[in-house]
Design a protein around this ligand. Structure first.
Ligand code: GTP
Ligand code: MG
Length: 184
């Protein structure tokens, strides 16, 4: 309630963004951090980083270090190194390419086998069904099926997102941050 707090609390969190090639990981991060979108595709080599600073409350600042991990198979041997000390993750698939959805459990189990919270619990993970702007009129994701998939595969929640139309990305990030902060 103090408008001029003297004790500012600061947090730094490492958050991973993973999923198959070309699903939109980099685009989601660019939209979230810089509010930009490009149709040009430049596949990520290894890993990229982005930092977002959030005034969470009058006395709390959160720095999110986003690790934008390459989807290319040839970098998969490095995930153990990339995942180290992450506190949360977003797993992204492309709603126009079912194969990228089929790969989601693989990404999730890779994650769970290589990183956990200091107490040993799995890190909180949210599933992003990206490129919903490309979904044909009338066809949409079955909410019940998706909820069930999340429950069975250990995702806290899923969001249908579009980096192009700036849909649900802020909401998904906020949800994940709430989860992280609730564990503090
Ligand atoms: P890798 O780094 O190779 O693993 O790919 P990535 O997951 O980072 O994908 P990237 O963000 O580079 O996007 C791949 C292509 O999909 C680009 O051409 C983007 O413009 C396009 N794209 C990403 N998100 C969306 C979206 O929400 N809607 C549409 N229509 N296109 C998108
Ligand atoms: Mg990328």
């Amino acid at each position: 309630d103090n408008p001029y707090p003297t004790d500012i609390r600061e947090y730094l969190y490492k958050v991973l963004v993973i999923g198959d090639l070309g699903t939109g990981k980099t685009s989601i991060i660019k939209r979230y951090v810089h509010n930009i979108f490009s149709t040009n595709y430049k596949s990520t080599i290894g890993v990229d980083f982005a930092l977002k600073v959030i005034q969470w409350s009058p006395d709390t600042v959160i720095r999110i270090q986003l690790w934008d991990i390459a989807g290319q198979e040839k970098f998969s041997g490095l995930t153990r190194v990339y995942y180290k000390e992450a506190v949360a993750a977003l797993v992204v698939y492309d709603v126009t390419r079912p194969k990228t959805f089929e790969a989601v459990p693989k990404w999730k189990s890779d994650l769970d086998s290589k990183v956990s919270l200091p107490g040993g619990e799995p890190i909180p993970v949210v599933l992003l069904a990206n490129k919903i702007d490309l979904q044909e009129q009338g066809s949409s994701l079955d909410t019940e099926d998706m909820d069930k998939f999340c429950q069975e595969n250990g995702f806290l929640k899923w969001f249908g997102t579009s980096a192009k139309d700036n849909k649900n990305i802020e909401d998904a990030a906020r949800f994940l941050l709430e989860e992280i902060m609730s564990r503090e």
